[in-house]
Design a binder for this molecule. Structure first.
Ligand SMILES: N[C@@H](CCC(=O)N[C@@H](CS)C(=O)NCC(=O)O)C(=O)O
Length: 219
């Protein structure tokens, strides 16, 4: 199995299936493609019909799009256990994952993933609404499910993969959260696989100017 990803420092979409595969302990070969703009389309189209990463190459199949890859891994390798087993929890986990997948555009554009940076940015009303909605999603899930474990639905699930890049954005841009949500943020940010991703991101030297927003803060 091969997972094609972008720069670890910047590629929020790549992190999601990468984290799932690491967390469940499935071995895979990682192919990293630079997301610098020059020649990007040709580099990505070698692997991906969509011209985007991530892409999974497995058993003769090419599977693209982060959520579709997570679904495939869950079905093919986890007998569906990438999602909560309770149908109600599973429906909610899919709802919050779909909401993340299709929305939060202000947050994405104003606070691009840039794991190694510590920045301040001016937050627009639209991005503030995105942050507030994420806070609401996390606290609703945690209120209901925290008796079963520290993740959004108790046990680790694809929903946590979908929100991991947001956790990293909150860390980079110093977004304050409620105490309950901070515990969740710390669970994700302290996960050993996520730390492995961050360590690799720190060793990357390529700068993608479009993702370098905000002003540095002293750490
Ligand atoms: N919805 C897609 C989005 C993938 C995406 O936009 N990937 C970015 C990198 S993080 C990309 O490949 N950008 C290159 C381009 O748009 O040319 C997914 O979930 O995988």
């Amino acid at each position: 199995m091969k997972l094609v990803i972008g720069n670890k420092n910047y590629s929020s979409w790549s992190l999601r299936p990468w984290l799932l595969l690491r967390q469940i302990g499935i071995g895979f070969e990682e192919i990293q493609v630079s997301l610098r703009t020059e020649g990007l389309s040709e580099r990505l189209r070698q692997y991906s019909p969509s011209g985007k990463v991530p892409v999974l190459l497995d058993r003769g199949l090419t599977i693209w799009d982060s959520l579709a890859i997570c679904e495939y891994v869950s079905e093919q390798y986890l007998s569906g256990k990438g999602w909560p087993q309770d149908p109600g929890q599973r429906a909610e986990a899919r709802s919050v994952s779909a909401e993340m997948h299709s929305g939060f555009t202000a947050l994405r554009s104003e606070m691009p993933m840039n794991c190694r940076a510590r920045r301040t940015v001016n937050i627009s009303d639209a991005a503030r609404r995105d942050i507030d909605r994420i806070e609401q999603i996390w606290s609703t899930c945690l209120d209901k499910n925290s008796g079963e474990g520290p993740w959004l639905f108790g046990g680790f699930s694809i929903a946590d993969c979908m929100y991991a890049p947001v956790v990293l954005r909150f860390v980079t841009y110093g977004i304050h959260t409620s105490e309950l949500n901070r515990n969740y943020l710390n669970t994700v940010a302290g996960n050993k696989h996520l730390l492995e991703w961050l360590a690799a991101a720190k060793t990357e030297t390529e700068i993608l100017a479009v993702n370098e927003t905000g002003s540095d803060i002293a750490v």
